[in-house]
Each structure stands twice: as C-alpha cells, then as structure tokens.
Design a protein around this ligand. Structure first.
Ligand code: ADP
Length: 641
C-alpha cells in the first residue's frame, strides 16, 4: 500500500502535524494538511485525495457538517473523523452523516494506520465493484444498440430493396442472430392448397425447406395463423410440436397484412439450455411486421407492374401512332406504330426529339407550347396524311395520337370532284329552265294560278342555282384555285358587304352598327372571297336575327392581326350544335324548317378564312345571341403571290 494521497483538514495544528509527520508520512502516504474547509475543497477539485481526515471543528466551520456535504458529493471518498474528544454519541452521528470511521485525535499510530488501511481497502473494493457494474451495464447497452442497429438495417432494406427473397432472408437472419436461436424460418400460407410453406429459412437443410409443407389444422404454426396470436414455449424434453421437427424452445409470431394473417415468423432451438429471453418475443414481432410490410410492398409492386405491362401491350399493339414527349422536349414514349411510320429506330427514349425527329409538322407539335389540346394534320413526304390529336398532360409533357387518314382524304377529294362536276353540269340546264319560264308570259296570257306556279318554279330554280354556286365555290376554294392575292382594304370590304344587305336589314327594321377605326391595315387576300366571307357571316346575322334586332360589326387591329367580329341578339346556337356549324350542310337544331339555306355558308367562310391563314370561331348563348370572330393576318407589305 502507501503512496496514496491523504488530506488532513484539522483546526488543531498539533493534531494535524502529528498525523502527518509522525504517522502517515513515515508510512509512505502523500499527506496534505489544511485547517480550513474552503482551501480543502479547492485542493480536492484539483487533485482528488484517496482519504480525508477531518476534525470536528475547522477554522471556518463545523467539521461534521463539512464532512456530510463532502460525503454527498463524493460517496466513494473515505472520510475519517478525528475529534479531540470522541464520545459514542459523536461517533454515531458521524457514521450517520457519511463518515466511514472515527478515531480520537490522540489515537496511537497503529490504530490510525489500521483505520487508514481498512478504509482504503473498502474503497478499492467499492471501485472494483463499480467498474464491474459499469462494464456489465455498458455491455447490455451495447447489446441493445446492436439490436436496434440490426432492426434499423432490416427496416432500411424493406424500404430500399425490391427483391423479396433478399429482404425475407435478411429478416430471418436478423431473427436468428438477435435471439441467438439455432434456426429460423418464415412460413407463408399457400392460398391455393391451404398449407404453409417455407419462404425463407436459416440453418435448415435445403431439401427439408423444399419439401416442407404444413397443414394449418393440427400444427402449431397453423394455430398462429388461425388465432393471429404468438406462441412461445420452453420445454426441457424436446417436443415434436407438429412442426415435423423436434425443438426445446420456440417462438412463433404471426405476419399480419391488412388485418389478415398471411404467415408465421419463427425461431427455435433443438438443443436444450438455450432459453429465449424476455425481449425476444417483441423483437421477433417487430421483424414479423417488417416481413409483412415487405410482402405487401412486393405484392403492390407486382400489381403495378402487371398494370404497367398491360398498358404497354395496349400501347404497343394499337395501330394509331402514339408519341409522348416530356416538358424538356425529350422522348418519353413512341409506340411500335409511331416508330415504323416516323422511322424512330434504336433506343431514343430520353433523347431530345429535335435530334432525331425529321418531320417538321411533327416537330412543331412538340416544340410549340399550347396549353389546350387540339387537332392538326401531319403531311408526310410520301403523301400520307395523319390526323393528330395533341394533348398536353400536366407534369408529364405532350402526348400526340395520330391516325392515318390518307384514304379518307382521297375519298373527300373524289367526292368534291364529283360534286363539282355534277354541279357544273347542272348549271346549264337550270339556266335554260329559268330562261324558258321567263318566256312563258311573253308568248301568251297566263292565269293568276299559272303566274303563281311560274313564281314558285323561279324561286326553286334560284335556290338550286345558289346551292350549286355555293358547291362550286367551295370546290374552287378547297382546291386552292383562288391562290392569287392582292392587298385588300378590309374596311372597304365590310362597307361593300353591308351595303348589299342594306335592303334586307331595313325590311326587318334591324339596327346595324358598324364599329371600325378610321384606319384599318389591308389584308393580303382575294377581295372577292373576303367579301363573300364577310357577306356570309353578316347575311346569317340578318337572316337569323328577328325583326327589330340589333347587329354590331366590329373590326380592329391587334398585334399584326385584324380581328373582325359580328355580334347579333338573335336566337343563338345550341351548345351541342356549335362544334358542327362549320361542317358542310350542317344546320343547327333550332333553325325553323321554313328558313332558307343549305348549310354551306359557314363551310365556305371557314375555307376562305383558312386559305388566308386566319382562324374563325363562334361564341353563342341560346336565346341571347351570337358572335362570330375572325382573325386574319394583316399584310406585311410583301408583293402579292
Ligand atoms: P345556312 O345556309 O343554314 O345559313 P350556314 O352554313 O351559313 O348555313 O350556317 C350554318 C348554321 O349555323 C345555320 O343553319 C344556323 O343554324 C347557324 N347559324 C349561323 N349563323 C347564325 C346566327 N347568326 N345566329 C344563329 N344561328 C346561326
């Protein structure tokens, strides 16, 4: 022993010096002697002592109280009271206040050294015990930490991995490692046979795992499936627990998914003397939850994959071309038909379309951003024509579905040609009929009834003639025969078209308001056709607006375009008819049967507008009125084509 540090705190210098110089220092102890409490505390803070002698009174206070406070702060520091006068009552009080021993200040040296050695011995034992205890606690903490880490790892693999085999094997491995069991297995219920099979295992023979089949009835695992409750047992004699193998100890917990038990996670020991511990059941339950989540995820993923494959097959098989491009102009999808038609060979997914798409019409679709869906035509160099439905899809990009309409276009052309030939051939006989009908009155008197019949013939022939004229016009416009264009003052066109309708307007006592700015730029176009376009729209307004109605014609120039509008307060057009009124021969359902017209006027208007690079649309509310809007590009001053 010796060389330990002893601190003497004593008011009486003689006692202190005797202890230091005559007893402790000669015995090899490093002694420090102070007579006040405060410097003693500072000393203890700087270098802890191994033992402290305290007298019952100090220069700056009561030694017993000081000792009591010291013992509270440093319970492993031996405190020995050395009063000048040691009574039994003082000794009892000192021990109660945390002193380890008491000695009279004048005790013989041998007694002092014996007490010192006893106290230091006890202190040593205390320290060893404390160290062992700390080691034991920290090793159990380490074990817990390892468990939490293993659980975390399994948890991470459940969320980050898609391979179910790997996850379930990791679950069984963790169950075995964390419980120290000999074997682990994950049994799943085969819905078809109603039996349990081993989906993952540890330390079972491969052959055993392959052949393992367990009925749900009459088996312990089956009981877990049926009741949804965990089972544990610990027997000194091995039990053939209807598992088809013998075990001493076992934990089986259910795997629950959507309130249904789908399997069992189990660990067991075939050898005796390996009992499971308290926390193991909770641990296996947590792992079972992880396994159930992984199985659920895998099933959900498999379902999504099946749906995705179905959609992919549909997209691949449809004969229409489908191309989807993302918002950055990169190809997301081109189905087989689109690849064939547009020559999109190789793996082009995620490539910018501008790098490989060579059809300008198609490229335009994906390069211009249009917030609404629309229909357009794509003309290929080999003469094929596709009708494209272009649909912007939020957060995805733009999808275009395209159908080959070449044959429809050809049919349309043949039909137009036929109509135009027949109309042309009908015109001469009709002119002859009109001529002869006019001659009837000249060759002799006619009765009033004959006069009436002649009038009816004339009106009918006029109607047929105007229908034929419309058909011929339409044929010519669609065939592009009016390609010659000149700078046409649009204000003059409006003026001239409204003058031709002045008589009809005054007959119906209608109000016509023409609202155009003093100066309107010219339009590069065919004046006859532009006048026909304005006259048709205005003529319809006059025709369909009742007696005393109001018609407003407006024209203005905005951003290089002429905006021409005709608004009336007539009967309006039912919403369901509005998409079709520009089709040939289409008349809205609210047109009275006696109202004259063939349904060709607006088809002619639309063709004229489109031939001039413009757009037309209608806004109408039934019972309130209609507005037709035409937008035409103004002349840029280039010479006429
Ligand atoms: P129509 O010879 O029948 O006037 P159009 O092609 O000129 O043929 O017009 C097609 C249909 O559009 C008309 O039959 C009518 O139903 C509707 N329509 C056109 N203009 C108006 C209008 N100003 N007010 C109400 N309906 C109109």
């Amino acid at each position: 022993m010796a060389n330990e540090k002893v601190l003497i705190i004593c008011k009486d210098a003689l006692t202190g010096q005797r202890l230091e110089n005559e007893i402790l220092a000669p015995a090899g102890y490093q002694v420090t002697f102070v007579s006040e409490g405060k410097p003693a505390l500072d000393l203890l803070r700087q270098a802890p002592a191994d033992l402290v002698f305290l007298s019952n009174s100090l220069l700056d206070g009561d030694g017993l109280e000081f000792g009591a406070r010291l013992s509270e702060r440093l319970p492993a520091l031996p405190l020995v009271l050395v009063p000048t006068d040691l009574t039994p009552a003082l000794a009892v009080q000192a021990l109660r206040q945390g002193f380890w021993d008491c000695l009279p200040a004048a005790a013989p040296a041998a007694d002092v050294l014996r007490v010192v050695e006893q106290c230091l011995g006890r202190r040593k034992r205390l320290r060893t015990w404390a160290q062992n205890e700390a080691r034991r606690t920290s090793s159990s903490l380490q074990k817990r930490l390892d468990t939490v880490e293993s659980l975390q790892q399994v948890g991470r693999s459940v969320t980050s991995m898609l391979d179910l085999d790997t996850i379930l094997t990791a679950v069984v491995d963790a169950a075995v490692d964390l419980t120290g069991a000999e074997e682990g297995s994950l049994l799943l219920l085969d819905e078809a046979s109603g039996e349990l099979y081993m989906r993952a295992s540890r330390n079972f023979q491969d052959d055993f795992v392959r052949k393992f089949r367990l009925p749900v009835r009459d088996s312990l695992a089956g009981q877990v499936i049926r009741t949804g409750k965990a089972i544990t047992f610990d027997h000194s004699v091995p039990q053939k627990i209807k598992t088809s193998y013998l075990v001493h100890t076992l934990i089986y917990v259910p795997l629950q998914s959507h309130q249904r038990v789908i399997g069992v996670l189990g660990v067991d020991n075939r050898q005796s003397g390996h009992p499971f511990q308290d926390g193991h059941l909770a641990l296996i339950s947590t792992l079972a939850d992880y396994a159930a989540i992984a199985i659920e995820n895998a099933r959900a993923y498999a379902n999504v994959e099946i749906e995705r494959k179905k959609l992919e097959t549909i997209l691949t098989r449809v004969e229409d071309c489908v191309i989807v491009v993302d918002n950055d102009g990169r190809l997301l999808l081109a189905n087989h038909a689109a690849q064939m038609v547009f020559g999109l060979e190789g793996s082009l997914t995620a490539q910018p379309v501008a790098n490989f798409m060579h059809h300008q019409d198609l490229l335009d679709i994906f390069q211009q951003s249009n917030p609404a869906s629309y229909r357009t035509e794509i003309n290929l160099d080999d003469g094929r024509i596709f009708s494209a439905q272009v649909t912007p899809i939020a957060d995805v990009g733009v999808a275009a579905t395209m159908q080959d309409i070449t044959h429809l276009k050809e049919l349309d052309r043949i039909k137009s040609e036929f109509v135009s030939t027949v109309s042309h051939d009908l015109r001469s006989p009709l002119t002859a009929i009109l001529g002869y009908v006019e001659l009837i009155e000249r060759v002799g008197p006619v009765t009033a009834q004959q006069r009436e019949f002649i009038n009816r013939v004339q009106v009918s022939v006029h109607n047929i003639t105007s229908l034929i004229n419309d058909l011929l016009d339409l044929g010519r416009i669609e065939a592009g025969f009016d390609a010659r264009k000149e700078l046409t003052p649009f204000a003059a066109i409006i003026q001239s078209a409204s003058e031709t309708l002045a008589l009809k307007i005054s007959d119906k006592a209608q109000t016509l308001v023409i609202d155009t700015p003093g100066e309107l730029p010219g339009v590069m176009g065919n004046p006859v056709r532009l006048r026909q376009m304005v006259a048709n729209i205005l003529g319809n307004a006059v025709k369909y607006t009742p007696h005393s109605g109001k018609i407003v014609v407006q024209a203005r120039c905005e951003e290089g375009q002429i905006i021409f509008q005709v608004t009336d307060n007539g009967p309006g057009i039912p919403v369901t008819d509005q998409p079709y009124i520009f089709d040939k021969f289409y008349r809205a359902s609210n047109v009275p049967s006696e109202s004259s017209g063939s349904g060709l006027g607006l088809a002619i208007v639309k063709s004229i507008v489109e031939n001039h690079g413009g757009r037309i649309w209608v806004e109408s509310t039934e019972g309130k009125g209609t507005t037709f809007t035409v937008v035409l590009p103004v002349s840029t001053g280039e010479s006429p084509v």
